[in-house]
Design a protein around this ligand. Structure first.
Ligand SMILES: Nc1ncnc2c1ncn2[C@@H]1O[C@H](COP(=O)(O)OP(=O)(O)OP(=O)(O)O)[C@@H](O)[C@H]1O
Ligand SMILES: [Mg+2]
Length: 234
């Protein structure tokens, strides 16, 4: 089985057997827990350390905001964008058209991406048109009332590509990852990022809740966010 490294400082030792290539990961947590940062590191280290091209899709920030966040951590992602190795796509959720999946797929093909991040699947799941999910897969129009069918189609369609996929999800509590209830089941791996206040400091933790086809460390591990990015502690 071919495996890859996430590349985030200290995290890969949690994946004892490595992360199976082309698997899909769900990374969930409350606001401010570090989801976007986690996804950006996956893309940035992917291209900078392992020469794996990547596509980052955001539904809640502008492209410029994402680039600013990278600059703040000293990651020159724009250098890779100029070479066509990385793309950052930003979609406004209220203007989502049914072409969104096709646009993501064509960007993956254009950049020959091996890594994809969707920030967040929670927002993508809000993309109803006239009270229904209407989307285009290749040239087939799918109209559905069901969030589960929509999520199923998104995940299985993106699964057919050559990328390792990371879905970020907003969650208001740490027990349930998503409101659709199906992403957890469809994804091969689930990671929970937690944040809690202790006095004046934030305590941040990470836990791998599930990882198909691979051995991993169980339990809760502390991490911090420094001016160079995330560091998972021993
Ligand atoms: N340079 C830095 N040094 C330390 N901590 C930082 C730095 N930059 C950002 N942070 C922390 O990272 C957090 C933001 O992380 P991030 O945007 O990845 O969270 P998120 O889970 O995506 O949030 P949301 O659900 O609102 O999108 C900030 O709230 C801040 O606490
Ligand atoms: Mg975010």
């Amino acid at each position: 089985m071919e495996t890859i490294k996430l590349g985030i400082n200290g995290i890969d030792k949690l994946f004892i057997d490595g992360l199976p290539r082309k698997s899909n990961l769900l990374v969930y947590g409350k606001p401010g827990c570090g989801k976007t940062l986690f996804g950006l590191e996956f893309i940035y280290h992917g291209v900078d350390d392992f020469n794996e091209n990547g596509v980052y899709v955001t539904f809640d920030q502008s492209r410029e905001n994402i680039l600013q966040q990278c600059r703040k951590f000293g990651w020159d992602i724009e250098k890779h964008m100029k070479k066509g190795k990385v793309s950052v796509l930003s979609f406004a959720i209220d203007k989502l058209d049914r072409e969104v999946l096709n646009k993501i797929i064509s960007e993956i093909r254009k950049t020959r991406a091996r890594r994809l991040v969707i920030d967040t699947i929670t927002l993508l799941a809000l993309s109803k048109y006239e009270d229904k999910y209407t989307f285009l897969i290749k040239d087939k129009v799918v109209v559905s009332n069901s969030i589960q069918q929509f999520i199923y189609s998104v995940i299985t369609t993106l699964n057919c590509l050559d990328t390792t996929n990371m879905y970020l999800a907003f969650s208001s509590d740490d027990e349930s990852a998503t409101q659709d209830g199906i992403s957890e089941y469809l994804c091969d791996g689930i990671i929970n990022l937690r944040i809690r206040k202790m006095g004046k400091a934030f305590i941040r933790t990470i836990e791998i809740m599930k990882m198909r086809r691979s051995n991993h460390l169980s339990g809760i591990h502390n991490f911090s966010i420094t001016d160079k990015g995330m560091i998972v502690e021993d």
